[in-house]
Design a protein around this ligand. Sequence first.
Ligand code: PRX
Length: 660
Amino acid sequence: MSTNIDSLQHETRRFAPSSEFSANAVATAEIYGRAASDPEEFWANQSRELLQWEKPFTRTLDWDNAPFAKWFSDGRLNVAYNCLDRHVDAGHGDRVAFHWEGEPGDSRTLTYADLTAEVKKAANVLTSLGIRSGDRVAIYLPMIPEAVISMLAVARIGAVHSVIFGGFSADSIRSRVDDANARLVITADGGWRKGKVSPLKPTVDDALAKEGDHSVQNVLVVRRGENAIEWTEGRDRWWHEEMATAETEHTAEAFDAEHPLFILYTSGTTGKPKGILHTSGGYLTQTAFTHKNVFDLKAETDVFWCTADVGWITGHSYVVYGPLANGATQVLYEGTPDAPHPGRWWEVIEKYKVSIFYTAPTAIRSFMKTGRSVPDGFDLSSIRLLGSVGEPINPEAWIWYRDVIGAGTAPIVDTWWQTETGAIMVSALPGITTAKPGSAQVAMPGITVDVLTDGGAPVGNGSGGLLVVTKPWPSMLRGIWGDPERFIETYWDKFDQPGATNRRMYFAGDGARLDEDGDIWLLGRVDDVMNVSGHRLSTAEIESSLVSHPIVAEAAVVGAHDDTTGQAVVAFVILRADQEDAQTPEEANGILRSHVSEQIGAIARPRQIFVVSELPKTRSGKIMRRLLRDVAEGREVGDTTTLADTSVMQIISDKLHGTT
Ligand code: PRX
């Protein structure tokens, strides 16, 4: 667990919402009581109120085959229709859906009418390329409007998207394409990042050129970077050419509530990423509900900006589905926060008068480091609410965020959730909750969580343990693509209680503590998953990448504390005997850092690689990462008595400190 419990326990600052904010808030306190008295009925009402069902559902939850849940199962709806046409039909066609800003400063405005028209054409393009309901489409795009248009077009025809973050490597693309048997890849020539064009289509070409057959029939290419690319005749198509000749009308067909909507790969405790499956009606209900209530959305006047890339779950739920289902006006930004200058984000907020801003603690901490003079140079007075997601936010960063970005008055919602949960599960509600810096605080209305001991007993207030969700929820994952066993083992077996009414509980993989008021403080992952800049990485995946390099004999990876990124990847490697003299540790470091970058993506590149001659193992051969973490964080090494060879840690520290 990464966060220091003691320092959090001493956090006593409290921030009650202003009476003005509370008086105008979307959510009022009675919502908790209503939800608690009958959670299923509560979600059914939310779903009816927030969405338009072509065929209304009569059954809310089917948990008979737990942990495989069905929500609203006899209802039918079209997700894209709910995000688009219905707002146009309701007279909001002229409302801006996206103020898009490219990194070099170009921009585009898309109203709901524009976005609907684009998605209809794109849906026709997909159909003309032979994509049918249930087919999988991989999307590897920068943050340009076509990313959102593609996702919605896929959803509109009942196909299933698998968005792959634009920073991932050819290998990562290929393994995702193969796992889901994707028939089509939608990409761009390149996108703008840190002042230059970063190529994308060439990476897709490499992915598809790798050994073995693949399922991809076409690659649809958006022109964005204008970089030179190669072309495979018959397979590759330009987006703009297909769109220019596409039919403009498209009627959205309704699909079952449990029709698959998307697969999103995320790191787990093994080397192979898991394809998290989400379906339609429940997912859209909870993303819309949370977006509206957590962010206090006034769709007519607010400008919402979630800085996440659509390649992550936050981008799926709070750039695409939640906000669009609610008819919100948003900012979509292509580049990095500091290009072409360190105040780029604040300039965007000033330009579009962003009123609700949602970002990750890593970004906040890196702005803190640069200092408040940068944001102070911009007019941020439009901001009225701030959100945080992806990792624990330390109280100091929380206070800085409120003071400097939120003018000392904006409420902050610290939202805990996961790729698997699909939508926010734990968060303050801004007009109701008295905020505590560093705590995610309370379960959303309609959601029940608890903190348990390893043996499954509730820890009670004032103690720490493992976070669980005790009842099924509408936007929960429906499975791991192609691997029902792994789904059960990973999330549901740990706290299976035969005979209990809530027999299956969802194990989130996070440690948490309940304070004296019962508020939740997240303490980080308890498994071999790291959280670097709010991105999930698996120690096993990086270890297997390291050992795939010919100079490496063995590798162990840990997430070490990092002041800016929360955690950083630190690797310990043993080189093959014939390599020990062939490379200096610096050379090995360079070779292996680029190897991991090529194999997985730059986000997985270790911050440090230590070349060692031994790794600490228990008698059963399990690597004791705890001890390596002590070394990586420069601490006194902890208890070594369970090591097979207790002198190993001494050998490692001697080697690292140059005494041998
Ligand atoms: O450890 C928790 C952390 O991020 C993990 C989920 O990562 P991912 O599926 O990539 O989704 C990130 C965005 C929803 C969790 O298991 N996490 C997420 N939000 C918070 C958090 N940790 C503390 N506080 C949060 N608000």
